[in-house]
Design a protein around this ligand. Structure first.
Ligand SMILES: Cc1ncc(COP(=O)(O)O)c(C=O)c1O
Length: 372
């Protein structure tokens, strides 16, 4: 290890206001940066109901192929298969699922065409697979189709990867169109529903009856799912192959029973959260109208609202000032988002009051206009 090199790299992050530190979160602030989009992780009534019905162990003490396939995770997978009518398998995280699916099924002979704003876990999988990578312009189906036309004869094996709702932009991929293109050009399709599970019930693919058309449907649970881990829906053949060949599935301790009991509890209750989902949609409309009234620009259309500030130093100062006024909102900077597009990435949930939103937008407007 070259300590001098490490120190120089960190110094250069400090010089560009891009040095990260861990800060203990302050629960007295109104949190505009949470991913708990349905408020499930913090719902006291729901937690009480869960704890009075489930008494689960806190460690699985083993991998899935040894003792880690305890009855509750097997029941969870059976329930997934019943709901989605597809083979279902639980991974320890969305990161593991995305990266290891790509590593396991694709190789140097594959062409992977990925939305350029896809998550780091997808890009890690692509790099580790050794596949040829092409990136299409964010959400641009015409650009994707042109790449398919140009390259389809050069590769037998093509994978296209998309998310549904995009984490840093709050916009939505047209997965109906992607399925249409898949039928026309015959590629494998992988879809990540990290930011739509819960907000869209069982997900956008499920809502649109497209689950059978998607080769790998990944559902990370740490956001609207109010939990941890991730589901994969795929063919039985791919599930069997994962159990035998996927290193991040095989060589790791399974999630503790308590997490998968909670996942099962939430999965079964999903239809009961309709009121929360409707309330969230009402708040999204209200929040977007407040931004418009205050001439604060966003291209987001969902529960994730992205407000680009641009400059790292300015965003840090605005976040600090808002914190002093009782609002928690983190600035997102490169490399998470492209250089020069530092932004507030606001996560709405049904527990906000309209007054919270009004006060926040008023203060945000003031800070944007006054911090230079
Ligand atoms: C789109 C997307 N996919 C995957 C992940 C990773 O999921 P997990 O946090 O479960 O590892 C995230 C979250 O950070 C994400 O935003």
């Amino acid at each position: 290890m070259n300590n001098k090199f490490l120190q120089e790299e960190l110094n250069s992050l400090k010089e560009t206001n891009n040095f990260r530190v861990l800060k203990e979160c302050n629960s007295s602030l109104i949190n505009f940066s949470s991913n708990d989009y349905l408020g499930l992780a913090n719902d006291k009534e729901l937690l009480n109901e869960f704890y009075s019905n489930y008494h689960c162990k806190l460690s699985s003490s083993s991998s899935r192929l040894i003792d880690g396939s305890y009855p509750e995770v097997m029941e969870l997978e059976r329930e997934l298969e019943k709901i989605y009518n597809r083979a279902g398998i639980v991974f320890n995280s969305g990161f593991d699922a995305n990266s290891s699916i790509i590593e396991t099924f694709y190789n140097k002979d594959t062409l992977i065409i990925s939305d350029r704003l896809n998550h780091a876990s997808i890009y890690d999988g692509i790099v580790n697979s050794g596949a040829k990578l092409l990136r299409y312009k964010h959400l641009d189906m015409e650009n994707l189709e042109n790449l398919l036309i140009k390259y389809r004869d050069k590769y037998e094996d093509i994978l296209v990867v998309t998310e549904t709702v995009y984490s840093m932009d709050g916009d939505v991929a047209d997965i109906k169109k992607l399925v249409e293109l898949k039928r026309k050009y015959n590629f494998d399709l992988m879809v990540d529903e990290a930011h739509s599970y819960g907000v869209n019930g069982y997900g956008i693919a499920y809502e649109n009856n497209l689950v059978q058309d998607i080769d790998f449907l990944v559902i990370p649970l740490g956001k609207g799912g109010g939990s941890v881990g991730s589901y994969l829906l795929c063919s039985q053949l791919c599930k069997d192959y994962i159990i035998n060949k996927n290193r991040k599935f095989i060589f790791t301790t399974a999630l503790p029973p308590v997490n998968n009991c909670w996942n099962l509890f939430i999965l079964k209750k999903m239809p009961e959260f309709l009121e929360k989902r409707e309330r969230l949609q009402e708040l999204i409309r209200y929040f977007l109208s407040l931004l418009k009234e205050n001439s604060i620009e966003t291209s987001s259309t969902t529960h994730i609202v992205s407000i680009i500030i641009g400059d790292n130093r300015k965003i840090i100062k605005i976040a600090e000032n808002l914190k002093n006024k009782g609002f928690l909102v983190y600035g997102v900077k490169e490399p998470t988002v492209p250089k020069g597009s530092a932004r507030f990435r606001i996560g709405l949930n049904p527990n906000f009051s309209k007054e919270d939103l009004e006060r926040f937008v008023k203060e945000l407007k003031y800070e944007i206009d006054s911090v230079l």
